[in-house]
Design a binder for this molecule. Sequence first.
Ligand SMILES: CC(C)(COP(=O)(O)OP(=O)(O)OC[C@H]1O[C@@H](n2cnc3c(N)ncnc32)[C@H](O)[C@@H]1OP(=O)(O)O)[C@@H](O)C(=O)NCCC(=O)NCCS
Length: 198
Amino acid sequence: MSTAPLPTTSKTPSPQDGGPSFGLRNRLVRLVWGVVWLLLASWTPAPLHPWRRALLRLFGARMGHRADVRGSSRVWLPSHLVMADHALIGPKVTCYNQAPITLGERALVSQGAHLCAGTHDIDRADFPLVAKPIVIGAHAWVAAEAFVGPGAVIGEGCVLGARAVAFGRLDDWGVYAGNPARRVRERRWRSPGSGAPA
Ligand SMILES: CC(C)(COP(=O)(O)OP(=O)(O)OC[C@H]1O[C@@H](n2cnc3c(N)ncnc32)[C@H](O)[C@@H]1OP(=O)(O)O)[C@@H](O)C(=O)NCCC(=O)NCCS
C-alpha cells in the first residue's frame, strides 16, 4: 500500500492538521459561552431551570416556556439551539450543534445522549466539516446514551431506545432500538388512567 501523503487542496491547514473549521467570531463566542456555562450553570440543580434558560437565551438560544437544559449537559453553540415549550435536555447530554438542533414541544433527551450535528467529508483530502441540522419532534424521547447523527429527523412521538444509533429519518410514533436503529414497534399513546389512546 502506498505511503505517499494525500494531496491537499488548500493552503489553509485542514482540521486534520489542527486548522480551524470555524471563523474567529464563532470560536470567541464559544469560548465565552463555555466559561459562562461552566461558572454559572454547570453546578446548578434542576429547579434552577429559569436561570439556565435565561443564560441560554442571552447567547441566542430560542427557549420555549419551561424548556430546560440540565447543568451537567454541554451545548456547543446556543444560537443553534431551538427548544419548544417543556422540551428537556437531561443530564450529561452532549449537544454538539454545529448545525441547528431543534426539539419540539415536550421532546425529551435522556442522560448521556449525544446529539451530533457535525461530521466530515471523508472522501476529500482536506477533510472538511459537514454540518447538518437535527430535528427531534414533539413528544419524542431520545433515551439514555443514544446517538443522534447529523441530519437525523426523529419523528413526532418517536422513541429512540437506550444506546440506539439514529441516522436519517425515524417515523412518527415509532419505537426504535439498536445500531443502526430499527423500528421494533409502534408507540401506543394513551392518556394517563384512560387505558385508551389519546
Ligand atoms: C426502547 C424502549 C422504550 C422499548 O421499551 P418496550 O416497548 O417495553 O420494548 P420491549 O422491551 O418490548 O422490546 C421490544 C424489542 O426491542 C428490543 N429492545 C428494546 N429496547 C432496546 C434497546 N434499547 N436496544 C436494543 N434492543 C432493544 C427488545 O429486546 C425486544 O426485542 P425482542 O422482540 O427480540 O425480544 C426501552 O427498551 C428503552 O430503551 N428504554 C430506555 C431506558 C432509558 O433510557 N432509561 C433512562 C430513563 S431517564
